[in-house]
Design a binder for this molecule. Sequence first.
Ligand SMILES: *[C@@H]1O[C@H](CO)[C@@H](O)[C@H](O)[C@H]1NC(C)=O
Ligand SMILES: *[C@@H]1O[C@H](CO)[C@@H](O)[C@H](O)[C@H]1NC(C)=O
Length: 321
Amino acid sequence: MRLSSVLAGAAIFLVPSSSALNILMNNDDGFGSGNLRETYRLLKEEGHNVWIVAPATKQSGQGGRSEFTTEANLTAPSQYDLIPAGEPSIGSDPHDSHIWYYNGTPAACTFVALDYVLPRFADFKVPDLVVTGPNYGTNLGPFVWTLSGTAGAAYAATHRSVPAIAVSASNKEIPYFDIHNETNPATWAAEVSVKVIKAFIDSVPEGGPILPLGYGATVNLPELTGDDSELEYVQTRMTGSAHVNEAVLDPEKGTFTWENIKPYAAGVNTCVNGNCAMEGETHAVENGAVSISVYTVDYTAPSTRNTKNIMERLKPLAGWK
Ligand SMILES: *[C@@H]1O[C@H](CO)[C@@H](O)[C@H](O)[C@H]1NC(C)=O
Ligand SMILES: *[C@@H]1O[C@H](CO)[C@@H](O)[C@H](O)[C@H]1NC(C)=O
């Protein structure tokens, strides 16, 4: 029942009624991430056909940058020395043929997955869903959204007509080989992630896509304890209590670092789209809830009075009527 492989190339994503999906995973923390591997494991336990194509090294902060290596072979060992220098810049994990690394940015890994790994090595060409993360650390608000590689890997998939969900967790780095039981933050993040992903999958209208074309979702997880029975799931918007950087000079060193600007900047918190009464994702997660925001990749401003006024002012330029 893999309808998507029948419809390969068509921009239509129908969910098989059995709900066993072809899922591609990616991240920006690297293919050895415990968060990534635990979510992969639990999605497979749900019966899905899951593949990972993720960066060979840590690629945080790359946003949607699509950079492909010019080297055929790795010039340095991959993350955690899982693959030695001199091996090809793309390949599969020696222990799992469904887990691939590529020495590029997260968005480049999405493209290499869609255009090389899946068509050649998987039993499907186009995934039903792309899941990125769970990231080590939250990605909250519009400013962080555009710079996160985990976000970039997801919106690259949205651009390529594949439904995508980006997940970011609050926990710190845990290599997958340091996980020996289910009592650790990576497994907890995976459990909550899969719960949310399952809610998206189980609620798909008969024959409908998991998400409409051009839409995706970004999910942020608070600090978890392993007992998620009381966890709140909040529908959020990206703006609202969102942070943006300010540059802070260290006069001794003559260098800059960043801090979250205080008070909140109005620009990054302007509500233009969606329900402006909805809670901001930053506020929700800082208060211990799971935030779920829907995004689109149509960055054009909506037809508001402001947009019309701006365009009006340009009329003399081209003699527009
Ligand atoms: C990459 O490594 C392979 C051996 O794994 C070698 O045959 C090949 O020449 C190398 N390519 C380059 C460009 O160094
Ligand atoms: C789980 O593993 C960690 C680290 O390997 C260990 O410290 C902890 O005691 C283990 N917990 C259980 C419940 O086995």
